[in-house]
Design a protein around this ligand. Structure first.
Ligand code: ATP
Length: 316
């Protein structure tokens, strides 16, 4: 067994002495194809992840123990103990690298809890990148993504960001290489979150009852639309197999989707397991108009404008 070196001891020259600040984006799924339930309890996924410009920020400082504080979305609701994905990620990295998991971590959260935007996964990715820099463990992105896969299916994607294909249970990620295009999104955040496992259970129930829509199938049309760089074409190919489940659990989301389209969005879908709805706009000015329309329709807690793709968890 390797002896842990002390980030706050003799080897202090290794790693950062000052605070390390990491910004990490939220994700949406442009295509979320849900396959059969596997023996390990996960569903086989065929998804296209897309990182958008709504960010959490994690600051890591040297400390004598591992401690987490937070502000923003979910404060007072989200446990800051060993169940928090930030703490779990710090322990996982320390175990892998053979260092002591000592750090003072502060999370500024803007990604809503249980929103279908992978906020918890984003925070885990941020913790891996921040602690790697703080402790000077110097792991590659691919090594960090390997640790990330054990923390949650969406965590590896948030290490890389951009637009990427996800297979397996979502943890096997490969970048979608297209000429850079910025897509404009309007994000409608609901009052109360939805549980991801409950949404998958509801989809299984709908499929058993024969009342779920036909599965999406291949990502080819969506990938072709990304290459064409025309938002009107992309709008026709967005899809989410979990949308029926989210609508069954939260029927009011149908009003949110209608309101976004009435406000001029090219298309609207439920993000991941919901309840956040995301709308594609033709350009930045249109996104502002759709956001104003959605706000005045009063169908959600908050409306934000975002663009994508953006980078994954990064220092600075
Ligand atoms: P996904 O889109 O990946 O299904 P989500 O956006 O619906 O996720 P999250 O906010 O990522 O939901 O978190 C889901 C649950 O994970 C929370 O309800 C909470 O119990 C747990 N969790 C643990 N750590 C965190 C964290 N740092 N931030 C948010 N949730 C966390």
């Amino acid at each position: 067994m390797t002896e842990a070196w002390r980030p706050d001891g003799e080897d202090e020259r290794r790693g950062a002495s000052g605070p390390v600040k990491v910004r990490v984006p939220a994700k949406v799924n442009l295509h979320l194809g849900v396959g059969p339930l596997r023996r390990d309890g996960y569903h086989e996924l065929n998804t296209v992840y897309h990182a958008i410009s709504i960010y959490d920020e994690l600051t890591a400082r040297r400390g004598d123990t591992l401690a987490l504080t937070m502000e923003g979305e979910g404060t007072g609701e989200l446990a800051l103990d060993d169940t928090n994905l930030v703490i779990r990620a710090a322990h996982a990295l320390a175990g892998y690298a053979g260092v002591l998991p000592h750090a003072r971590l502060h999370l500024r959260k803007q990604i809503p809890l249980a929103g279908g935007l992978a906020g918890g996964s984003a925070d885990a990715a941020a913790a891996l990148v921040a602690c790697d820099a703080l402790w000077g463990t110097g792991l590659s992105r691919d090594e960090l993504a390997g640790i990330a896969a054990d923390l949650g299916s969406d965590v590896p994607f948030l290490i890389y960001g951009g637009t990427a294909l996800g297979t397996g249970r979502g943890e096997a990620v490969s970048p979608v290489l297209v000429r850079p295009t910025s897509w404009h999104w309007v994000v409608a955040i609901a009052d109360v979150g939805l549980s991801t496992p409950a949404a998958y259970r509801e989809l299984d129930r709908l499929r058993k009852a024969g009342t779920a829509g036909a599965p999406l199938g291949s990502t080819d049309a969506l990938l072709g639309a990304l290459r064409q760089r025309d938002p009107r074409v992309l709008a026709r190919t967005l899809g989410n197999d979990l949308q029926d489940a989210a609508l069954a659990m939260r029927p009011a989301l149908a009003d949110t989707l209608k309101a976004g389209e009435a406000a001029g969005a090219l298309a609207g879908i439920v993000s991941g397991s919901g309840p956040t709805c995301v709308f594609l706009a033709a350009d930045a000015a249109d996104a502002e108009r759709v956001a104003a329309g959605l706000t005045s329709a009063g169908v959600c807690r908050e409306v934000r404008v975002a663009h994508g793709p953006v980078a994954g968890a990064r220092v600075g």
